[in-house]
Design a protein around this ligand. Structure first.
Ligand code: ADP
Ligand code: MG
Length: 340
């Protein structure tokens, strides 16, 4: 019950220029846990293989030593377990569980931000494991010092080991990933078609896998073999679904500006007052949801902001949309207005 996905092994991980450093570091950490890079911090955008690589370390350790105690959790699970342990007065068990492992994998650590108590608890977990030379592996969508509200003492500890990034795979790697997937699924796909799909989808591996699934489903529906023109038809439908609502970032900015009685200039500007920051972040969030623009493209349309700013805004609003009733209602109303 280490909660590892059986598919996420080193064997099924395709190595390319964009991930070879991270892969090498993961292999090293799995071979000599706690000895070389502790912690190992893997960061990068969504769908690039962070979770896969991190879990591969767990599989490898279990292969070398079936008695190894491997624990994989997302940062949300860690936080929830911690909170539950307080409510049920089982903090001893919680500590027992997290501090007596040989390998602790915590996924998407950026969601720790803003959770003071959880960070405090994790600080002690980290120290205990590190003292005992137990391997710690963390992933995040960005570097430790770029995670807002992450305590300095955690930032500095995360830098004790090695931080490696994973970036978007190049065309050759994307083709290799597709070929591997097709083989695993027993799909007959000609090389020119694999290369066509890999050229069309250049964002991340998860979307690449999604595209392959879509082509597969389309071929089943049409009851024909997979070839390049079938793939083109299948992927056209995919592209249209986001673009067809006709919404642009600027139409979303207009709506949001009216709704909150602020100016477009302020939405695109740099003012930090709450009455402007919230509408600005909501406009970014809706742009991400309702258009096919990328994070950097959205940043450009908001006065040339960095893609990490857009990403942070989207995270922030996603969280508020759960916790804050006003924000939830505003987003609901704006979304309805925009879609009609
Ligand atoms: P992240 O955690 O960075 O968001 P994941 O590890 O969940 O990304 O990867 C998304 C999907 O892409 C998974 O199904 C994973 O197996 C696959 N994947 C990512 N990178 C590779 C790779 N280099 N080789 C094979 N599959 C990969
Ligand atoms: Mg992940």
């Amino acid at each position: 019950n280490s909660h590892l996905n059986p598919k996420y092994t080193f064997e099924s991980f395709i190595i390319g220029g964009a991930n070879k450093m991270a892969h090498a570091a993961a292999v090293a950490a799995a071979g000599e846990p706690g000895q070389i890079y502790n912690p190992l911090f893997i960061y990068g955008g969504v769908g690039l293989g962070k979770t896969h690589l991190m879990q591969a370390i767990g599989h490898e350790m279990l292969k070398n030593n079936p008695n190894a105690r491997v624990k994989y959790v997302t940062s949300e699970t860690f936080a929830n377990d911690f909170i539950n342990s307080i409510q049920t007065r089982t903090q001893e068990e919680f500590r027992e569980e997290y501090r007596n492992v040989d390998l602790l994998l915590i996924d998407d650590i950026q969601f720790f931000a803003e959770k003071e108590g959880t960070q405090e608890e994790f600080f002690h977990t980290f120290n205990k494991l590190h003292e005992n030379n137990k391997q710690i592996v963390l992933t995040s969508d960005r570097l430790p010092n770029e995670i807002p509200k992450l305590q300095n003492r955690l930032v500095s500890r995360f830098k004790w080991g090695l931080s490696v990034d994973i970036t978007a795979p190049d065309l050759e790697t994307r083709i290799a990933i597709l070929r591997n997937k097709a083989k695993a699924e027993n799909l007959e796909i000609p090389d020119d078609t694999l290369s066509y799909i890999a050229q069309q989808v250049n964002t991340n591996v998860r979307e690449l896998e999604g595209a392959l699934l879509r082509v597969q489903a389309y071929s089943a529906m049409k009851n024909t073999d997979i070839n390049k023109s079938l793939a083109a038809d299948a992927l056209k439908a995919l592209k249209l679904s986001k673009a067809k609502n006709g919404l642009t970032v600027s139409s979303i900015q207009n709506r949001v500006a009216k709704y909150y009685h602020v100016s477009i200039a302020d939405l695109k500007g740099k003012k930090r007052v709450k009455t402007i920051v919230l509408p600005r972040q909501i406009a970014m969030y809706l742009s991400r949801e309702l258009t096919d623009r990328s994070l950097p493209q959205i940043g450009m349309e908001f006065g040339g902001k960095d893609h990490t700013t857009v990403m942070h805004s989207c995270d922030k609003i996603a969280e508020l949309a759960i916790k804050n009733d006003d924000v939830k209602q505003a987003i609901g109303e704006l979304r309805d207005e925009l879609k009609n």
